[in-house]
Design a protein around this ligand. Structure first.
Ligand SMILES: [Zn+2]
Ligand SMILES: [Zn+2]
Length: 876
């Protein structure tokens, strides 16, 4: 049996306790069950170095919410968790740790380094999971997987070997970002681009007869040795005649062609570029279009190779630049020098200038794999919400290039590639005894590892045990829904679809929900450098997990980025407290509602016994359930949460609980039904407070999250009650407003006149006088038909075609008129002043945006006030 409900809502007192109980009772666990409808979401695996951020709020909270809802609906719902080894990020963390001990990874060697990483994961890898628990996320922890665990590693090796045998994986020479200090390739995202001062050299390439030829502008004269062509824009009239002729390279002189390529910008330098496919990414692309060779003249240690003039060999690349400049000057080829700024690529770890170099890497041929993945979205078997992201996905697949999957990183899946002493490549699950080409028996495994995204591309089936034919794979593949962020539509979503289709013949999911970006209130991206990033764990500490979750998802309108307002978390906490107090009230007024802990339901009385307000709240409940179901189906978490907010706050608390104070015999069972249904609908979003309160009310089953999900039959549609109650509430509000007039004496409210009211309305108002007294906060209201002319003096309000009149004496009217005129005068003066201030030249430009915003809001407020006061004056 539960403790009595404490007076105050305190998230800390309930959240950790409930989480521990859910986990120990296996509330999140599922077993494959072919007899039940599955609902499966594979969790995008967070990095083991990861920490919860606001993106987890907008992306992982929806996974938790939907899994909980589908479970309550009786489906076999499971959210499958796991983590990614995040090779680069993790290696970075370990290297930093080593640096503090005065060591580098080379002091340890790959084996010891990997051991160190495993120990690190053991110690810190699950911090993000603890944060997920604190946020109330409930994946099936018993099914936790890791991209480097034995099963997933086996899947990686099998996929590599299968693709290799099908000719879809190959080894080739390609330009990579190389850090000569770290001795590794870097992914594009690991290269930092910074503005740097440089010199632009104007170098003349003469034609073969020694004529003027063409002048190119370059910042890298030391790579002239590797030039394969000079390129100009095809529309550049200055060079039209030269296209197709040859010019001579001024260092290591050989003839190279002048080619035309639209990528050349005519207004940069002289409009002519030297093309060095071996040392520049753009040049490599131009070179590919024109069938140019790619030569390397700089080695992995950043010194010049032997493919240059003798005096340059072995020189550091920057020394070689100095020598190239002086040599060109001596040869009369240097026309001029100009200062220049360029975006220089540096290594994010050591700041060394990155050198684009050619190296032998492994690639996946993507066109074959992309075709069925493209067909999946075009045929509608794979759908995106919001729909516009299908374009992002399709565009990428249409323009797909081969995927470089090898990395010179120590952490990760080693390539199942073994070379013999004669450098033959053998691809096999384990080291072969002899080379399959030459029989040599000295085989060594390639040191490279696979791109982290290679293993995550297999995620939806590798976590289910593939390549084994497990019951999980049979029951839960394909999964139902993938929820993720837009940045990884190509990196991850498209690759999962390709691999799923290729290896299992079916898309890994039919639907992809792309979640919004959480920005700050001014619409800026949250970032460390701006200092505007919010930490969800701090929100949990301040407002509780329920309020944090509600605060985030209530701002998520389908498809729109969120300008996150932290006040929503505070509002959500107040909302939690409101529900808490509503249940406390119910338990105090109706002790028969206190749960005994046993399976217990309170049967509803027959409909004929229901009062109008009973019928009305049951109608509102039925409508609320329908609207929540529609919102959930559309992934409109904002509408879902706000529908419940207004139902619980405005209808249950503000109205029904007020009228239930009459303790009519129908109140207790209806209140129990309404409260426990509302709690169930809110449970996926605010799991803790709803569980705690549900346990105190009559209920069947052990946990709210086990269901059932309220169906609209839990309420009862009744449009007549809905309409009548709307009239009564509107009338009550008018009564309340009239009563709120400051100079009005309370007793003057007793008699209300209605002009233009029909018998039906009068009848309703008389019959439901109790509701009007409660909601109008008036001791006696006597609605009388206005047959014998209007009262001499009256305050008036309109209610549709009916005029509601409150008779007052002449003196009151005079006093009130005078007060209102004075008020209007002052408001007009204030508005004038503020309008002048806002229109003053320079104000909007100079004042901070939030000040301008505040003043504009105040102006709107003043105008609204003026309108209301004028209306009141008119009504007198
Ligand atoms: Zn580096
Ligand atoms: Zn061999």
């Amino acid at each position: 049996m539960t403790q009595p409900l404490s007076e105050k809502y305190d998230p800390k007192a309930i959240e950790a306790q409930w989480y521990a109980r859910w986990e120990s009772e296996g509330a999140f666990h599922a077993e494959p069950d072919p007899s039940r409808q599955p609902f499966v979401i594979a969790m995008p695996p967070p990095n083991i170095t990861g920490r919860a951020h606001m993106g987890h709020g907008s992306t992982y909270a929806p996974m938790d919410i939907l899994t909980r809802m589908h479970r309550m609906r009786g489906e076999n719902a499971v959210w499958l968790p796991g983590q990614d080894h995040a090779a680069i990020a993790t290696q970075n963390v370990i290297e930093k740790e080593l640096a503090r001990e005065g060591l580098t990874r080379h002091d340890l060697g790959p084996e010891k380094f990997r051991e160190r990483a495993a120990a690190w994961r053991e110690k810190y890898g699950h911090i993000i999971y603890e944060q997920f628990r604190a946020l109330g996320f409930g994946p099936d922890w018993q099914r936790d997987r890791y991209t480097m665990d034995a099963g997933l590693s086996r899947a990686v090796v099998k996929v590599f070997i299968d693709l290799y045998r099908e000719g879809l994986i190959y080894r080739g020479l390609r330009l990579v970002n190389w850090c000569p200090h770290c001795q590794s390739t870097l992914s594009d995202s690991e290269v930092e681009r910074e503005e740097a001062d440089a010199t632009l050299y104007f170098v003349r390439y003469r034609d073969e007869q020694g004529g003027p030829g063409i002048v190119v502008a370059t910042t890298r004269p030391e790579t002239i040795f590797a030039d394969e062509a000079v390129a100009v824009n095809p529309d550049d009239a200055r060079y039209a005649k030269l296209i197709g002729t040859n010019v001579v390279r001024p260092l290591s002189p050989v003839a190279i062609a002048v080619i035309a390529d639209a990528a050349v910008e005519s207004d940069f330098g002289t409009g002519a570029l030297k093309i060095t496919p071996g040392h520049d990414q753009t040049d490599a692309e131009i070179g590919e279009r024109h069938g140019l060779a790619a030569t390397s003249v700089i080695g992995f240690d950043a010194t010049m190779t032997d493919a240059v003039e003798p005096q340059f060999r072995g020189l550091d690349r920057f020394k070689a630049r100095e020598l190239a400049v002086s040599t060109l000057r001596e040869r009369g080829a240097l026309e001029k020098e100009e200062p220049h700024t360029l975006a220089q690529g540096t290594c994010y770890r050591c700041d060394t200038i990155v050198e684009p170099l050619l190296s032998l890497q492994w690639f996946v041929k993507m066109k074959t794999l992309a075709a069925p993945a493209l067909e999946a979205s075009r045929s509608g078997r794979l759908r995106f919400t919001p729909e516009r992201y299908q374009r992002t996905y399709d565009d990428w697949l249409e323009r797909i290039r081969d995927w470089c999957i090898s990395r010179q990183i120590w952490l990760g899946h080693r390539l199942p590639v073994y070379s013999c002493a004669n450098d033959h490549v053998n691809v096999a699950e384990t080291a072969p005894l002899a080379c399959e080409t030459c029989g040599n028996t000295t085989l060594t495994q390639a040191p490279d590892t696979l791109d982290t995204w290679f293993s995550s591309a297999l995620w939806p089936f590798s976590i289910l045990g593939w390549p084994e034919r497990t019951p999980e794979l049979a029951a839960w593949y394909p999964t139902q829904l993938m929820i993720t962020a837009r940045e990884i539509i190509f990196l991850w979503v498209a690759r999962m679809v390709m691999m799923g289709l290729h290896f299992l013949g079916e898309e890994p999911f039919g639907e992809v929900l792309i979640t919004p970006l959480i920005m700050d209130e001014q619409g800026r991206k949250m970032s460390k450098s701006l200092g505007n990033a919010l930490d969800p764990m701090e929100l949990v500490a301040e407002y509780g997990a329920d309020a944090t979750r509600y605060g985030i998802v209530s701002q998520m309108h389908a498809g729109q980025d969120v300008r996150f307002s932290i006040t929503r978390c505070d509002d959500a906490r107040k909302f939690g407290n409101k529900i808490w107090q509503a249940v406390r009230f119910a338990l105090e007024k109706f002790p028969e509602l206190e749960s005994t802990g046993a399976d217990q339901t309170l049967p509803l009385p027959p409909v004929e016994e229901w009062t109008l307000s009973d019928r009305w709240i049951m109608d509102a409940l039925a409508r609320t359930i329908q609207r929540v179901d529609a919102a959930a189906a559309a992934y409109d978490f904002s509408d879902w949460s706000q529908t419940l907010y207004s139902f619980i706050w405005n209808q249950v608390c503000d109205v029904y609980i007020e009228v239930a104070k009459d303790k009519a015999p129908t109140r207790a069972p209806i209140l129990a039904r309404v409260l426990s249904s509302a709690l169930a609908l809110l449970h996926p979003i605010m799991p803790f407070v709803t569980e705690e309160l549900w346990q105190h009310l009559p209920h069947a089953g052990t946990r709210i999250g086990a269901g059932p999900w309220p169906r609209s039959g839990a309420g009862r549609l009744d449009s007549q009650a809905n309409a009548e109650m709307a009239t009564l509430l509107e009338f009550s509000k008018i009564v309340r407003d009239l009563r709120a007039i400051p100079q009005m004496k309370y007793r003057d409210l007793s008699e209300i006149h209605l002009a233009g009211a029909d018998g039906e309305l009068l009848d309703l108002l008389r019959r439901e006088g109790g509701i009007i007294r409660t909601m109008g906060r008036a001791s006696a209201v006597i609605p009388v038909a206005l047959d014998n002319g209007r009262p001499r003096h009256a305050l008036s309000r309109r209610m549709g075609p009916v005029e509601v009149l409150l008779p007052v004496d002449a003196a009151f009217i005079e006093k009130e008129r005078a007060a209102l005129r004075k008020e209007i005068e002052k408001l007009r003066a204030d508005i004038d002043a503020l309008e002048r201030k806002l229109a003053a030249p320079g104000f909007r430009e100079k004042a901070p945006p939030d000040v301008v915003q505040k003043e504009q809001a105040r102006l709107l407020e003043l105008r609204d006030h003026l309108r209301k006061s004028s209306e009141r004056l008119d009504s007198l």
